[in-house]
Design a protein around this ligand. Structure first.
Ligand code: FE2
Ligand code: FE2
Length: 481
């Protein structure tokens, strides 16, 4: 078991003390990170005491500590899962050879790009969520938002550690750039489109943490397989924290649906009546779901991808549960049946398996999302309602890959995955995706509730609090306005 050193400026279990150069590089990046946090982190709450979980080791039984802390004083640390003795590269052309402890020279640029792309999403989401604290429906929710935010900050630290340790000057430059790009900024946007989309209300936040953080789970799972061992170990520990982010999203939406059901049992299911009673109508919840799911599905990249094939061949990025679920770890044989657009219809093409690795990972992601929606539907079922939420088809509303809207807007799919005309799309778009009026309505519900134990009218309270604390606990000590 690795030993955590919590005494220095940067808590870690990687023996930073013994590497002076690295320690200096990280310590000089630290104040720049704090500057970024003050500028782009949660606005209006930096002086408050927040009941946060802090990683202090990778010991399964007690890896985190809970306590009130001001966010700028959060102890962002570097923790890698313990090494697996004699670990071998689990897949690809080098399957069975010893895992790499240093960067394999020929794959250096590719590996750097993989790490930077993952790293960039971490600060991006903090930027997307920076104003949400101001409209939190309860102190419990506000705390959960900030928990997600500080942990995305730690994930950035995790990736910057890899860049600074293994990529020399290039890595240091990338670490700086990660603090300079800005979500939604036209001149210096974040790398992936979803991470530039605005996330301005709490229904969006809950959908984001359900669907976009879940993309994070699957990307981290694929990288946890990596033959580059430090990346694998880093991602394995990040997954421990990621689980809470998806919990926040899934239970968040669940509580919104719960409240909507309660209101419908009083006023009926007419959307206008539900809205008048201060809850979110089911059609609007479905549109938000459609929006964030389709956007997150894009994050897996193109269905046919030579990059994906190379990442797999070189042992850098594997499949979800590569070792546990598959027997063929080389994948030079076999194909993936991919429906592709040909004129006005879909026809199945056999894609060499390695080139379909993005799609293979997306399959597992979609299954996981289906399970989540099923759990949301239990709320409706338990209230004796007939209505159900559904996951739109993965082809719906795409901006990346085979099914992305074409240059002339000709490729469109309905939520069931059927190819439809541009005319049909235009006619029905507002049934499927949030309109300006929907967004304005949801935004209009977003009034802050900062009294302990109180909650906004559009969402039900959680079944239990955090770390065995009651819901009424003062999760954030925020001076009343
Ligand atoms: Fe993250
Ligand atoms: Fe996350």
């Amino acid at each position: 078991m690795s030993v955590a050193d919590l005494s220095g400026k940067i808590p870690n279990n990687v023996d930073l003390k013994s590497d002076r150069r690295l320690l200096r590089a990280l310590e000089s990046w630290q104040p720049k990170f704090i500057d970024w946090w003050m500028e782009m982190g949660p606005e209006g709450f930096q002086a408050d005491d927040v009941y946060l979980r802090t990683a202090i080791s990778v010991d399964r039984a007690g890896w985190a500590h809970f306590g009130h802390v001001r966010m700028p004083e959060y102890r962002w640390g570097i923790f890698l899962a313990d090494p697996v003795p004699d670990r071998k590269i689990p897949f690809g052309d080098f399957a069975g050879q010893p895992a790499w402890q240093t960067v394999p020279g020929e794959y250096r640029n590719m590996l750097r790009r993989i790490i930077v792309t993952q790293a960039d999403t971490e600060p991006a989401s903090v930027e997307q969520q920076r104003l949400l604290g101001q409209t939190a429906p309860s102190l419990y929710d506000m705390r959960n938002l900030f928990q997600v935010n500080v942990e995305e900050g730690r994930h950035l630290w995790a990736m910057v550690y890899l860049l600074q340790t293994y990529f020399g000057r290039d890595g240091r430059e990338e670490a700086e750039d990660l603090l300079h790009r800005r979500s939604g900024n036209a001149d210096k946007p974040r790398i992936l489109t979803t991470f530039n989309d605005p996330c301005e209300d709490w229904l969006s936040f809950f959908m984001f943490t359900t669907f976009t953080d879940r993309d994070g789970k699957f990307q981290l799972q694929a990288l946890a397989q990596s033959g580059f061992d430090p990346l694998s170990r880093t991602c394995r520990f990040m997954l421990t924290e990621e689980a809470h982010h998806m919990f926040v999203g899934e239970t968040g939406v669940q509580r919104v649906v719960q409240r909507t059901c309660e209101v419908m049992s009083e006023v009926g299911s007419d959307a206008a009546d539900v809205r008048r009673a201060g809850a979110v109508d089911l059609a609007t919840i479905q549109k938000y779901l459609n929006q964030w799911f389709s956007s997150s599905v894009d994050l897996f990249g193109g269905e046919r991808s030579s990059n994906a094939a190379t990442f797999f061949a070189t042992g850098l990025k594997g499949r979800f549960m590569e070792e546990e679920r598959y027997t063929d770890h080389v994948c030079l044989e076999g194909t993936y049946e991919l429906p592709i657009v040909q004129g006005d219809r879909l026809s199945v093409e056999q894609v060499p398996l390695r080139n379909a690795m993005n799609e293979v990972l997306r399959d597992d992601y979609v299954d996981d999302c289906e399970n989540t929606v099923r759990r949301w539907n239990l709320v409706l079922q338990n209230h004796g309602r007939e209505e159900r939420l559904y996951l739109p088809h993965r082809r719906f509303n795409r901006r990346v890959g085979e099914y992305a809207i074409g240059e002339f807007g000709e490729t469109r799919f309905d939520p069931q995955g059927n190819l439809i005309s541009e005319h049909e799309w235009t006619r029905r778009r507002d049934e499927w995706l949030p309109t300006a009026a929907d967004l304005a309505f949801v935004k209009g519900l977003m009034h802050p509730v900062v009294e302990p134990g109180k909650i906004a009218a559009w969402i039900a309270p959680p079944k239990k609090g955090i770390n065995d604390q009651p819901f009424e606990f003062e999760y954030v000590r925020h001076p009343a306005a």
